[in-house]
Design a protein around this ligand. Structure first.
Ligand SMILES: [Ca+2]
Length: 334
């Protein structure tokens, strides 16, 4: 007799009970709750299911209707963990991307645009760490330095764009294998719009902590931003999460490591609905050698406070690497 294993991602046990299994002969229903998520596995034996023709349309009563996609977050900042990577939910929304003309330290490539993100996404609560890299990929991608020492909870640095993307693909595989990541979701680098939306977390000030930034709030060196109180200058990486989180529970978007985004760097910000300049190399800014750059965001331990602003953006050629440039992942629906 043929055997079929069916996987349902559910949030409600009542819904499981409501699934109409007849006329499939569910000779050995196996229901197992995954520790990673609300994943429930139902293994069945039955010719209909093996032939792929069985209609398993759930019988849903109105009180226990499942959400459209159970992998979606419930509220901003809700947490989930996939393959050892903690994630925070960033809901769909509208925001003004870039900085106003009177923001201290702002640059011409930050002219404001209106952006609508129609889909929520999960973003790494922390920068990708050396522990995660070794678990997912094995050997670290680049050299450690005096400023970027070895340590499980230190960020990954000296990672170029292609390597960061390879990590995302491999993490996607692991997430699917473990069942922690829904089948139609994947890990990626964030778009600039996703990055800034998550960094702002509903704020409209220069940083998610207000219109000033102290090095007690983020890992940068030297001058605090816009008159904030002076703090320490570590002049090196800090363990991720050493500084306060923003309103959605995300740490170190301001400072510590710069973070790769997936967009090609353009002179002006992309606005509109779900902007994504991943494939827009033709219109990207060329540097003196004719090469184009991806975007990095958020400032780093190598910089003063002003480049840690939510709107600050900097270019970096994708083949290059530096110890103070790392990344964080997002999980998006394909
Ligand atoms: Ca950072």
């Amino acid at each position: 007799m043929a055997q079929a294993a069916l996987r349902f991602v559910l949030t409600s046990k009542a819904w499981v009970r409501a699934i109409k299994l007849e006329p499939v002969r569910a000779s050995r229903p196996l229901i197992r709750q995954s520790s990673y998520s609300n994943l429930i596995l139902i293994a069945m034996v039955g010719g209909y299911a093996a032939a792929g023709s069985q209609d398993l349309s759930p019988v849903i009563d109105s009180k226990n209707s499942p959400p459209a996609d159970p992998f979606l977050g419930t509220q901003a900042g809700a947490e989930r963990e996939v393959a050892g990577v903690k994630l925070c939910w960033c809901p769909p929304g509208h925001f003004r991307m870039g900085s106003p003309r009177d923001e201290p330290g702002r640059r011409p490539d930050e002219d404001q645009v209106e952006v609508t993100l129609t889909r929520g996404f999960w973003m790494g609560k922390y920068e990708a760490t050396q522990r995660q890299w070794k678990f997912v990929m094995g050997k670290l991608p680049g050299e450690l330095t005096a400023e970027l020492p070895a340590g499980d909870d230190y960020p990954v640095g000296n990672v170029n764009f292609a390597e960061a993307e390879a990590f995302c693909r491999q993490l996607t595989e692991l997430g699917h294998q473990s069942g922690g990541l829904a089948a139609d979701w994947e890990f990626r680098l964030p778009t600039e719009a996703q990055w800034e939306f998550a960094c702002r977390a509903g704020t409209t000030t220069a940083t998610s902590f207000g219109n000033q930034l102290s090095s007690k709030q983020a890992n940068f060196k030297g001058k605090p931003y816009n008159g904030a109180e002076p703090g320490p200058s570590l002049n090196r990486a800090a363990k991720v999460g050493s500084y306060p989180a923003n309103p959605w529970g995300l740490h170190d978007l301001h400072g510590n490591s710069f973070e790769w985004c997936r967009d090609w760097y353009h002179a002006q910000l992309p606005g509109g609905v779900d902007p994504d300049l991943y494939n827009a190399s033709a219109t990207a800014v060329k540097n003196r050698t004719g090469d184009r750059s991806r975007v990095r965001r958020g400032g780093a331990w190598t910089d003063d406070g002003w480049p840690c602003r939510s709107a600050f953006r900097l270019r970096f050629e994708p083949e290059r690497r530096y110890d103070h440039i790392g990344f964080r992942v997002v999980a998006v629906r394909r």
